[in-house]
Design a protein around this ligand. Structure first.
Ligand code: HMG
Length: 386
């Protein structure tokens, strides 16, 4: 049975910061961000937009009423949870009006969580071919003002509908994973921002890729020549490029082709920043919507990496007519976001909800987005659908 991605959607908050402005404010050469990290802009999420509202918005963009009667599992991969106990998927299930007899769960392993969600979705469809699974990767990456990771921050969500006989991509059964107990990037429960061993994290990203790809080649017999494109986890675009170069150095011809596709696969990531669990799938969306070189049946290679660390290499094949299920004006939509100056970014991105003694929020800012957090009442988050 063919199982895979039937639909894919994306949502980013409405605010953005130009990294040239950030570089000026931090007294850093703008080329460090533009050429050194290969990033141009970062999405900024106000306090009224969290992983629930962004995830719901990404899903709403692709789901029909019929889909909502057929989905029987909602999986949210995230490392920016809004609650230690209740899954964001439960809030999203309610906001979208998905039929009640569904399983809704949250999955965590840094940036890797949604990839695990995709695998679980695939197994579920293999067991129940008539059902549909909604997989959402939703995150807000905050590293702190003037921190090393600041220019790689971002926010956004990717939603994928996983079904039998998918219309965009068939996922193959060639997955190879690796787990390594390391401390390259983590966020203790008592910390607002992650702790990072920056250089170590970049080395581990690449080493996990090269060693897992060796194992993948041994197991599947596939080589880079089999792939039309590669999508990687993109913490910042230069990291992905270095990863591709690391596995491509013995095959310059494939590397050249995959590098051309890579630049099409980072068009959106460069404008959004790191969205943790969703970054690899935003890269897929960017590839599909910006490449003119791809054709049906082409095989795409994936490298998902989550610090801590777990990674996975897998592949998928494009389906005839996949172009009909994309959004060709997405770049225009991204260009319509509100540009913030650096002081407004610092105020908006790092604003925190103040609670009174009853656990209720003091007046939150107005937000006209399709989904928004309107208040916290007795410690309960209250969302609104426009
Ligand atoms: P840094 O140490 O400030 O930067 O931060 P740098 O000095 O390493 O410079 C970065 C690049 O810019 C270098 O390029 C410089 O040469 C270049 P490279 O040599 O690496 O190719 N550069 C310039 N280029 C042109 N003109 C200039 C200029 N100046 C410098 N004037 C660091 C880099 C990655 C450490 C930082 O951004 C950071 O801490 N980021 C967060 C951690 C991260 O993203 N790690 C990636 C791997 S781990 C991962 O992917 C998982 C993650 O997504 C989390 C999760 O799984 O949940 C992060």
């Amino acid at each position: 049975m063919k199982i895979g991605i039937d639909k894919i959607g994306f949502a980013a908050p409405d605010y953005v910061v130009d990294l040239a402005d950030l570089a000026a404010a931090r007294n850093i050469d703008p080329n460090k961000y533009k050429l050194g990290l290969l990033q141009s802009e970062m999405a900024v999420s106000p306090v009224t937009q969290d992983i629930v509202t962004l995830g719901a918005r990404a899903a709403q963009a692709i789901l029909t009423d019929l889909d909502k009667t057929q989905i029987d599992m909602v999986i949210v991969g995230t490392e920016s949870s809004v609650d230690q106990s209740k899954a964001a998927a439960v809030f999203i299930h309610g906001l979208l009006g998905i039929q009640p007899f569904a399983r809704s769960i949250e999955m965590k392993e840094a940036c890797y969580g949604a990839t695990a969600g995709l695998s679980l979705a695939k197994s579920h469809i293999a067991q129940f071919p008539d059902s549909k699974v909604l997989v959402i990767a939703s995150d807000i990456a905050k590293y702190g003002i003037a921190s090393g990771g600041e220019p790689t921050q971002g926010a956004g969500a990717v939603a994928m509908l996983v079904t039998a006989n998918p219309r965009i991509m068939v996922l193959n059964n060639d997955n190879v994973c690796q787990t390594r107990d390391i401390m390259d990037f983590w966020r203790p429960n008592y910390d607002k921002y992650p702790r990072i061993d920056g250089r170590f994290s970049t080395e581990q990203y690449t080493n996990c890729l090269t060693t897992t790809f060796d194992h993948y080649q041994q197991k599947t017999g596939k080589t880079l020549a089999d792939f039309a494109a590669m999508c990687l986890h993109i913490p910042f675009s230069k990291q992905g490029l270095k990863g591709l170069q690391a596995i491509g150095k013995k095959d310059p011809e494939s590397l050249e082709r995959l590098t051309e596709r890579f630049h099409e696969a980072i068009v959106y990531n460069k404008l959004v920043g790191n969205i943790y669990t969703g970054s690899i799938f935003l890269s897929l969306l960017s590839l599909l919507e910006n490449s003119r070189a791809l054709k049906p049946a082409d095989q795409v290679l994936f490298y998902s990496y989550g610090s801590g660390a777990v990674c996975e290499i897998f592949s998928g094949n494009l389906v005839e007519g996949y172009q009909d299920y994309l959004q060709p004006d997405r770049l225009e939509v991204l260009k319509q976001r509100t540009r913030l100056n650096v002081s407004d970014y610092e105020r908006i991105f790092f604003e925190e909800i103040q609670l009174d003694e009853t656990g209720s929020s003091i007046q939150l800012p107005e937000d006209s987005s399709p989904f928004a957090l309107t208040k916290i009442e007795n410690h309960q988050r209250i969302y609104r659908k426009a």
